[in-house]
Design a protein around this ligand. Structure first.
Ligand code: GLN
Ligand code: ZN
Length: 765
């Protein structure tokens, strides 16, 4: 009989119980034992859901007090030595210090988990790193599940992925140099799990789906040969991309089962099945762990027939990856209309989908006939709904021409006209868009949303804020102003709420890191802008000043990237639809007299596919979407863009191809090192490298910013260089913001004076 399982369940709880318990504990409001009770309750509840849905195993080991990678380090006693914590006696308080830092220790670095929006804590590997054994949390959780009568499948990050995800520090040449120490530690854990009666261990090696050097690939066979000796049966899990080019390696490994992500890479099934080893189980990840659409059960059943014929009971049904990346339960979406609710499935609903497929494959089709029928109807409804399909949008998209994504003139000509129009000084100063979102602003917005604040009163409050922000910028002597974005809760939500085709949930929370959760909107239909979204605000702000006021928009790639996207058309199509909506907004801003328009793309880089071979096609449509949104303007309208938190160097040609007149980027935390690439590549247009880090309340000194600007000058020609902070200021308070900007303007002015003097010197000598 075919079995059913998932690769992991979201741990935060349907109402973010874990988040609230963590934060209450951090603030000293509840004791550690209350926090631990919340954890146990959540685990018990999630296991019960899995068991009641009819899965054959519940997932143990997917829980973490902060992060799954940190928890794995805790299991092996391998937290960075700089904290000085003991392995086996690590307390929960210590664990949180590693995750969040304190007065003595800076926190471990955090980075994105593959191409998801989940962030893990980065292991720090040194020549001294030891894996002498750590806490028993995993074994305790296993005992909990067993005491509740569950069949537990334990999940653990595999040794090679764990090493790969870490950063090498002092003295160690390569992470693989630690493998000989790490493997015995895994062996011990695996043997203990086996003794505890665990039948299956899911061992995750997501790096198998990346471009890997030969030395990593070569390490798998000996490592897994060592692990397989006294261990539960191993289910090697791959996900997020295809592994078909690793077929020979996969087939050679001594594991009892292999999991494939057949949502992201369905094409790999046929190829891998061709030489599928005798006896080996295939776990088919067919229910999407990365998106919120209800599955087309009939289509999936048809897709699985061949594999089922070949493998019989050796075919298992699963989620494509851990369900960590989707919200917990659709039942809590009380405000969604029936039609769109019927199109969706969150983690809890996905359990039932997996089981329905298993039942159908096991010949119990009758028992799940209703479920299949309901899924068929949902599929039909999505195919036909007029809320999804807007012929006007499709027609417009089909008729876009090459020149629609091209400015009239090249940058060298445009910039002359722009200089003529704006008369900016050398090293113009500006900011990234948002100003401190005070409590009063947030309260006014929330009251307005709840209907407790009339439209005019709200307008008045926001206008008062805009006036204040404009006044302050003028007093500070900033050259290019912004309106401060007080009317925006979030840079995607603000636009999504005004566009057709975007849907929002009440409780669709997904863990981003630690206790932080995000609630991405979902794009269900053709995106269409019924009316202007920002023009009134920008126009009002511009009316208050003679200085240029930047219009402020979120770019098409970011609007796509930070949402759950349609699975019924390519991402590129959706991005281009959003681009067209933004193009109209840009045109309206221009008509309203706004001469500078910034289109933010902070998520541009994170959309990059995991495999390099797929980069060009992504970058092609991503650049095209940006250009389509921005290129419709006159030469003397200045297009800005902004990007942050990323390594840009390997995609510089594409950033240049976006052809924004000005790009502002985050560079201060890397001490301008990020900028070197821009110099080597000879980036052609204007650049504003951030001169101070907005993530900290610290007020940078004038001299620090002067130093950074001098560094920037060694790479960027003076006439191309802007002066601005790293990112928006909405999380800051006013006193530090005003002080930092004052210093920033001062640094720019000093630099102007110094350059004037240098020039005089050159002229006279
Ligand atoms: N304009 C936005 C702001 O200033 C940009 C935010 C971002 O880059 N994430 O807040
Ligand atoms: Zn930013």
């Amino acid at each position: 009989m075919t079995s059913a399982h998932i690769l992991g369940f979201p741990r935060i709880g349907a109402h973010r119980e874990l988040k609230f318990a963590q934060e209450a504990y951090w603030h000293g409001e509840v004791t550690e034992s209350t926090l631990r009770d919340t954890g146990s309750d959540l685990r018990a509840r999630h296991w019960a859901l899995q068991q009641q849905a009819g899965l054959d195993y519940v997932s143990v080991g997917d829980f973490a007090w902060y992060d799954q990678v940190l928890t794995t380090l805790a299991l092996f006693g391998a937290l960075p030595a700089r904290f000085g914590f003991s392995g086996a006696d690590l307390s929960l308080a210590d664990y949180f210090v590693a995750a969040r830092g304190n007065a003595q220790h800076h926190a471990m670095e955090m980075t994105k988990w593959f191409d998801t929006n989940y962030h893990y804590l980065v292991p720090e590997w040194t020549a001294e790193t030891r894996f002498d054994g750590g806490v028993d949390w995993l074994f305790d959780e296993l005992a909990e599940a067993q005491a509740l009568g569950h069949a537990a499948k334990v999940t653990l990050i595999g040794p090679l992925s764990l090493l790969y995800l870490g950063k090498v520090k002092n003295g160690l040449a390569h992470p693989l140099d630690l493998l000989h120490k790490l493997l015995p530690a895994y062996q011990k854990v695996l043997a203990r799990l086996q003794q505890a009666g665990v039948e299956w261990l899911q061992i995750d090696e997501p790096i198998l789906a990346l471009d890997l050097d030969a030395q990593w690939l070569k390490a798998f066979l000996p490592a897994y040969t060592a692990l397989a000796t006294s261990a539960p049966k191993l289910l090697l899990a791959t996900y997020f991309e295809a592994v078909q080019d690793r077929a020979a390696l996969l087939h050679s490994l001594p594991v009892a089962a292999v999991h494939l992500d057949l949502v992201r890479a369905p094409q790999q099934l046929e190829c891998l099945l061709a030489n599928w080893p005798q006896e080996r189980i295939l776990s088919a990840g067919v229910i999407d762990g990365r998106n919120i659409w209800r599955a087309d059960l009939s289509a999936l059943l048809a897709q699985l027939q061949g594999a089922h014929q070949q493998l019989g009971a050796r075919l298992w049904i699963a989620s494509s990856c851990s369900l960590l990346h989707v919200p917990v339960d659709l039942a809590n979406e009380t405000a969604l209309d029936q039609e769109s609710k019927n199109w969706l499935a969150f983690a809890s609903q996905k359990l039932a989908e997996i089981v329905a497929l298993k039942q159908a494959l096991n010949g119990n089709g009758a028992a799940v006939a209703e479920q299949f029928k309901a899924a068929d109807l949902a599929v039909q409804s999505r195919r036909n709904s007029s809320r999804i399909h807007n012929p006007a949008v499709k027609k417009r998209l089909a008729s876009i021409a090459e020149q629609d994504a091209q400015r009239h003139s090249v940058f060298a000509e445009r910039i002359l006209k722009q200089q003529q129009r704006f008369q900016l000084p050398l090293f113009p100063t500006t900011s990234i868009g948002s100003f401190p979102q005070t409590k009063a602003i947030r309260q006014a917005r929330a009251a307005y949303k709840r209907g407790q604040f009339g439209h005019l009163a709200y307008l008045d409050a926001m206008r008062a804020e805009i006036r204040l922000v404009v006044e302050r910028q003028e007093q500070l002597g900033i050259d290019v102003l912004v309106h401060g974005e007080p009317e925006r809760n979030d840079m995607v939500e603000y636009f999504g709420e005004q566009l057709w085709g975007y849907g929002f949930t009440l409780n669709g929370w997904v863990q981003s890191y630690g206790s932080r959760c995000v609630k991405p909107p979902f794009i269900y239909g053709d995106v269409y802008r019924p009316e202007a979204m920002t023009v009134a605000w920008s126009q009002y702000a511009q009316s208050l000043t003679d200085k240029p006021m930047k219009g402020m928009l979120t770019g098409p790639v970011t609007m796509l990237q930070w949402a759950f996207v349609r699975d019924d058309q390519p991402r590129a199509t959706t991005a281009l639809q959003i681009a067209l909506a933004l193009r109209d907004e840009v045109a309206d801003l221009e008509k309203a007299g706004i001469g500078m328009i910034q289109i933010d793309e902070p998520a541009f880089r994170e959309g990059l596919p995991l495999k390099r071979k797929d980069w060009a096609s992504y970058l092609d449509w991503a650049v095209r979407a940006f250009k389509l949104s921005s290129a419709g303007v006159n030469d003397d309208t200045q297009i800005h863009t902004h990007m942050c938190y990323a390594e840009f160097n390997d995609i510089l040609p594409w950033i240049a191809a976006m052809d924004a007149d000005v790009i502002t980027i985050e560079t201060s935390r890397s001490d301008m090192e990020l900028l070197d690439g821009f110099g080597d590549f000879a980036y052609p247009n204007d650049i504003g490298p951030g001169v101070y880090d907005i993530h900290s309340p610290r007020v940078p000194r004038v001299s620090e910013m002067q130093r950074l600007l001098q560094k920037a000058r060694s790479v960027i020609p003076d006439k191309r260089l802007w002066v601005n902070p790293d990112c928006g200021l909405k999380t800051r308070d006013w006193p530090e913001t005003a002080a930092a900007l004052e210093n920033m303007v001062r640094a720019a002015k000093l630099l102007r004076a110094a350059v004037a003097e240098e020039r005089e010197h050159i002229d006279c000598c």
